[in-house]
Ligand binder design. Structure first.
Ligand SMILES: [Ca+2]
Length: 462
């Protein structure tokens, strides 16, 4: 069977599975309908706004339960009439288009969106000054960067003095004041020796994120592994598959967490101060292994890589190694469909969305390249209760995969705007989407805060 025929067969099987679970789509707004485990209903054909999933460590199959797939998406232009789908009470607008490889997005305290255009090595700034849902200012804040991804405003709070940018191999910063549309001074080196990856250094996970703890005293930098699961002992994995901790000036290095294969993005919970990470897990041992995850990260925690996964499961090829670490491997809190390719995460701290969407975590799933039937290609809501994960996650923004298996959009970054909308970068269509609550929805309100409300919003803790 050719690979394409195999994919078609897989898609047909999945569709049958989805039909068998016919209640799923019809009950997509029914909070009691939760898809458990992985399997046929876990792919894109069962996606719809409101569909919830719960994957537990005991749901994992054995390694090599299915063949390894290599079927990255064939990207196409958005078909006529296609548009991202969101739950009732929300709408999606195209905020900006014509960007170049838009990746991570973060909101400045003044409301400007800072977007890493990793390919061309720059940070773009978008500003919707008049609140009409389109940016009047669209400009380059900084350029000449090296595969930039992470962006952080320092110190935390309403009046940052610097914008930090995580290149693949360093952390740099620029002097900044609210309202600046271009760096007001030259780049300053903060950490010059982050292990780099990707196009410049010939391999390995290349994205680096940077965030500050809520008290502003520590700077956390996430660094993915060089290899899949350290199959080649010669590969240099020093200070990789880790979250590194520094003083904001780049001194005071220490290890914050280890064994986290590819912690693409980090987020600090605005009220609890917990450190959260979105982590991509391993490839090559089947369609339903290893689940990507989103979790609170314990300082000093070891998350298994490369010898173990999702707790003490032994990764094939590492049998008998490091037995003393097996019981120490922390089980992550929210397991996502394997190969979803989780990228951006952001807390929703605003009040424009209906109540059940407040205080929640949104996660962008870039989409699988190594699963027979695609999964990901959507934004999900990680369901929190009182700032803690429940383990469940729910489809929020879907619809980027066509029936013929081509793909027209790939979500990367998510950020809450000052106006309470959710912004999503898409490096498949090279656009930014804006998701807002529609007038008249439960808990909805005018998208733009009144002038009188601005200072309070402005001063909230990011
Ligand atoms: Ca505007």
């Amino acid at each position: 069977m050719t690979r394409q025929a195999f994919q078609r067969a897989g898609t047909a099987l999945a569709a049958a599975g989805a039909l068998a679970a016919a209640g799923i789509a019809a009950c997509s707004q029914d909070r009691s309908a939760v898809l458990r485990g992985q399997g046929p209903a876990g792919d894109w054909t069962a996606d719809a706004p409101g569909v919830r999933r719960l994957i537990r460590p005991e749901d994992l199959p054995k390694p090599f339960h299915s063949p390894h797939a290599d079927n990255g998406p064939r990207m196409v232009r958005r078909p006529e009439g296609a548009w991202p789908k969101v739950p009732a009470g929300f709408k999606v607008d195209l905020f900006a288009e014509g960007l170049s490889n838009p990746r991570l997005v973060r909101t400045a305290p003044c409301g400007d969106l800072f977007i890493a255009e990793s390919g061309p090595g720059r940070v773009r700034l978008l500003r919707d000054a008049d609140g009409d849902g389109r940016p009047e200012v669209n400009t380059v804040f900084a350029s000449g960067l090296r595969q930039p991804f992470g962006i952080a405003f320092y110190p935390p709070g309403p009046s940052p003095t610097h914008v930090y940018v995580a290149n693949t191999d360093s952390v740099v910063r620029f002097p900044y004041r609210n309202g600046d549309t271009a760096a007001r001074g030259p780049e300053e080196m903060v950490v010059a020796d982050i292990p780099g990856g990707g196009r410049l250094r010939g391999g390995g996970h290349w994205t680096r994120d940077v965030v500050f703890t809520r008290d502003g005293r520590r700077m956390l930098v996430s660094v993915g592994s060089f290899s899949n699961s350290h199959e080649n002992p010669q590969a240099n994995e020093e200070r990789r598959a880790s979250i590194l901790s520094y003083n904001p000036d780049g001194g005071g290095y220490r290890l914050f967490a280890s064994g986290v294969r590819n912690p693409v993005t980090l987020a600090i919970h605005p009220r609890t101060g917990d450190v959260w990470a979105a982590v991509q897990e391993r490839d090559g041992i089947g369609d339903d292994l290893v689940p990507d995850y989103v979790t609170r990260v314990r300082e000093g925690g070891f998350y298994g890589w490369p010898w173990f996964y999702i707790g003490g499961n032994v990764y094939p090829g590492h049998e008998g190694k490091r037995p003393e670490l097996r019981t120490k491997a922390v089980v992550p809190e929210v397991l996502l469909q394997s190969h979803s390719a989780v990228l951006g995460i952001a807390f929703y701290n605003g009040s424009a969305f209906p109540p059940e969407h407040r205080g929640q975590l949104f996660a962008a799933l870039h989409g699988s390249w190594n699963r027979r039937v695609r999964t990901g290609y959507k934004v999900v809501r990680v369901v929190l209760r009182g700032g803690r994960p429940t383990g469940e996650y729910e489809d929020f923004l879907v619809g980027f995969v066509n029936q013929d298996d081509t793909v027209w959009g790939r979500p990367v970054g998510v950020a809450e705007g000052r106006d309470g909308a959710l912004f999503v970068t898409d490096d498949g269509a090279n656009v930014v989407w804006r998701v807002s609550a529609t007038a008249g929805s439960v808990g909805g309100r005018a998208a733009r805060p009144s002038a009188a409300a601005l200072p309070a919003v402005f001063g909230k803790s990011y």
